[in-house]
Design a protein around this ligand. Structure first.
Ligand SMILES: Nc1ncnc2c1ncn2[C@@H]1O[C@H](COP(=O)(O)OP(=O)(O)O)[C@@H](O)[C@H]1O
Ligand SMILES: [Mg+2]
Length: 343
């Protein structure tokens, strides 16, 4: 990787976010403290220019909240997100508008994000004119170019969103995001609602676009199979924290956190005869209102020991490229697979 590509583009630094729960009359009258959902509890990582980072974890672990903090749809309560070194919470005026253009989010549900009364031509035309991307006369040609980029036929321009299939609608969402020539795409469960065969097509398209346009991509999914194919690195989240982050192949072949291992063991096989139905980890995801003390995973971990109930493990610095937050594997950082071989 050359120097330009290895630069950090986005850095999350101890990002925390909570949502206050509407307080009932009884709690208010009795002066009890307000309850909060601790959606993000100190998330730190860096994304290099031109890299795809996959973010996985089961539903409710804070992935969408993190995605929204990265594009500043949410402000963090604590910590910060930096874009090219600048705290995005400080961006104002033209700088903020430039950030809004350069970092685009694509949503899971194209029904709700595409205006049903606008033709594709108008949807893309609007994106082009909001950020004044092209002189008026060049807009039709640019729309044709964008449709070609996402492999939609040129007559798609004259249709309404409802005339397309789910996969095609996601392509329109991608074309709209690309219209403003962003540096970063944040895709939150982009293909989760689509059939498996269509998922692969959209993921492949995104992969090709990433390479062709040198995009930096944050690919959020609860399905490990999807992130493996597209990501250079993967971050695994659990209860609003990253529990493991590393290069995709290393993380899949030698997981260092028991939660990652549980996710891998549970990932359904593409071959239906080999599918197993194991849940991601035994037991339920604890409530993010009352977080466990010590390691957040201790209520479900098959390997938890005394220390795990009193001390929250940090992401280990011993192996900077592939880090896990686990007391068990944080000694010279063997993988869980190796540990199993030893024991
Ligand atoms: N706007 C909100 N108000 C209250 N709670 C929220 C809100 N958004 C998310 N949460 C809660 O924050 C936690 C993390 O949610 P989310 O980021 O959507 O997780 P994921 O995308 O991984 O499923 C969940 O417990 C969810 O219920
Ligand atoms: Mg989500």
């Amino acid at each position: 990787m050359n120097a330009a590509l290895s630069q950090t583009l986005i850095a999350a630094e101890e990002v925390s976010k909570e949502f206050l729960i509407p307080q009932g009359m009884w709690r208010r009258l009795t002066g009890q403290p307000r309850l909060a959902v601790h959606a993000l509890n100190g998330v730190s990582f860096q994304i290099n220019r031109g890299e795809t980072l996959g973010i996985v974890g089961e539903s409710g672990c804070g992935k969408s909240t993190l995605a929204r903090c990265l594009v500043r749809l949410f402000d963090c309560d604590d910590g910060r997100v930096r874009f090219e070194g600048q705290d995005i919470a400080d961006l104002k005026g033209a700088d903020r508008r430039a950030f809004n253009r350069r970092v685009q989010m694509i949503f899971q549900d194209p029904y709700s994000s595409l205006n049903p009364r606008m033709r594709v031509r108008e949807i893309l035309g609007e994106a082009l004119s909001v950020h004044k991307m092209r002189p008026r006369a060049q807009i039709p040609a640019r729309i044709a170019e964008l449709l070609d980029l996402v492999r939609l036929p040129s007559d798609a321009a004259d249709k309404f969103p409802h005339e397309f299939s789910g996969g095609q609608r996601q392509r329109i969402g991608i074309a709209r995001a690309l219209a403003v020539e962003p540096d970063v795409l944040v895709a939150d469960e982009l293909v989760s609602a689509l059939d498996v065969s269509v998922q692969a097509q959209v993921v492949n398209l995104l992969l090709q676009l990433q390479e062709k346009l040198h995009l930096t991509v944050v690919f959020v999914a609860h399905d490990l199979r999807l992130v493996r194919h597209i990501s250079h690195r993967v971050a695994v989240m659990y209860l609003g924290k990253i529990v493991e982050i590393g290069p995709t192949e290393g993380l899949f072949s030698s997981p260092r956190h028991p939660y990652t291992k549980a996710l891998l063991d549970a990932a359904p096989e593409l071959d239906p005869t080999k599918r197993n139905r194991t849940v991601a980890a035994r037991g339920e995801l604890p409530s993010p209102i009352n977080l466990p003390t010590g390691c957040l995973f201790n209520t479900r971990c098959p390997r938890a020991f005394d220390r795990c109930f009193v001390e929250r493990p940090l992401l280990s610095d011993r192996t900077p490229a592939h880090r896990a937050a686990c007391h068990l594997t944080d000694f010279g950082a063997p993988s869980l697979q190796n540990l199993e071989a030893i024991s």
